[in-house]
Design a protein. Structure first.
Length: 89
């Protein structure tokens, strides 16, 4: 797969299993650093992160309920801390 997203950061919500996990892995394969967001399945999110890292990708798992503003702010703050760049709220 080409690295069209090299240097980019992606936040994949609901990415601890199923379609969200597949999307996170696809984004990583395209070169993006990926934040794997999960609401309750830490083990699932960590498994996705491990698969991405084993494929030489960059990934981080962050718990956040995206229906809660403070969680969303924390999600993006942790994203910025890990991968840099600017974020706005």
């Amino acid at each position: 797969m080409s690295k069209k997203l090299q240097g980019q950061v992606a936040v994949a919500t609901g990415a601890s299993k199923g379609i969200g996990a597949a999307i996170a892995e696809h984004l990583a394969a395209a070169g993006a650093a990926v934040v794997v967001n999960y609401a309750s399945s830490k083990a699932g999110a960590e498994a996705v992160v491990n698969r991405i890292r084993k494929a030489d990708g960059k990934a981080l798992a962050v718990q956040a309920d995206v229906s809660k503003l403070e969680d969303v702010r924390r999600l993006f703050a942790e994203t910025k801390k890990a991968f840099g760049g600017s974020t706005s709220s």
